[in-house]
Design a protein around this ligand. Structure first.
Ligand code: ZN
Length: 283
């Protein structure tokens, strides 16, 4: 599958509002339809946040259960739940959806500024999250918002709390975090353990599309969606998540890459690559 790339779609997120983009999916039904359409457009992985009836972010497991069931009724996407949650949530709250044993979950690998706020991820907390994922059979995406987060993840790897195959989410462009540029992304990617897979996450209109182009060039995977960015291009708001996935798939196609189906993504993400095999598969 050397000509495949994995596209993740982050359809809702915790921070985006209808004021940012009126097409943002919020209710369980809207999220399920957005997932189905993103899947048809080429996304294999759904990065999932859910909202309460008021549209505020929640980690309520029952809401997650409802949304996950509705998504599964619509498509076979790999579901990656957030454990980042939203600013101000407790660790227990953030971890709650792991009890549903989703296929994947994000694991934040360090404390990070988040606009005027911050999200705390100490090493002891990361160990608790990693152990919970292991216990529930959940494959983590190691979200790194800073180079030190890559090294913090390495501590957990050394301790045996994380096991290969490793999949990282390299997140650039969060306000107050590391800014996006190609050289920084490339440096991050080079610091990952041999054989690791990674998905580029650019936050903000410019960073998001640049991250897609860079990921395609550098052998990483792609993430788009309204959690990260609500624009198709400068000044043009997206009509929906699927439109963004279509654009990402076109960028990949120009480089000779086809979007992996959910079944292919499962296979790719589950495969352990040996040292020195970094150039196969992703490029
Ligand atoms: Zn998220």
């Amino acid at each position: 599958m050397s000509d495949k790339t994995v596209i993740t779609c982050a359809v809702t997120g915790a921070e985006t509002t209808r004021l940012d983009n009126p097409n943002l999916p919020l209710t369980p039904g809207e999220i399920a339809v957005a997932a189905r359409d993103a899947c048809r457009a080429g996304a294999a992985v759904l990065h999932l946040h859910v909202r309460d009836p008021q549209g505020n972010p929640t980690q309520d497991p029952e809401t997650f259960r409802t949304v996950m069931e509705m998504v599964r009724a619509e498509c076979d996407m790999v579901i990656e739940v957030t454990t980042g949650g939203a600013v101000g949530m407790s660790a227990a709250e953030r971890m709650a959806p792991l009890a549903l044993s989703p296929e994947m979950a994000s694991l934040d690998c360090g404390t990070v500024n988040f606009g005027e706020e911050y999200i705390v991820n100490t090493l002891p907390l990361m160990r608790v999250f990693a152990a919970a994922m292991k216990g529930h059979g959940v494959r983590p995406t190691l979200e790194c918002f800073d180079l030190s987060h890559v090294d913090a993840a390495a501590v957990l790897i050394d301790e045996g709390l994380l096991e290969p195959p490793f999949h990282y989410g390299l997140v650039l462009g969060v306000p107050g975090g590391v800014r996006f540029d190609a050289a920084t992304l490339e440096f991050f990617a080079r610091r990952l353990p041999p054989g690791a897979r990674w998905t580029a996450v650019g936050v903000g209109g410019r960073a998001s599309w640049e991250a897609v182009r860079c990921a395609v060039e550098m052998g990483g995977f792609i993430r788009v969606g309204m959690e990260d960015n609500v624009y198709m291009e400068k000044g043009v708001k997206a009509g929906g998540n699927a439109e963004m996935v279509e654009k990402a798939a076109r960028i990949a196609a120009d480089a000779g890459l086809e979007p992996a189906s959910p079944a292919e993504a499962r296979e790719i993400l589950a495969a352990v690559r040996s040292r020195g095999a970094e150039s196969d598969g992703g490029k």
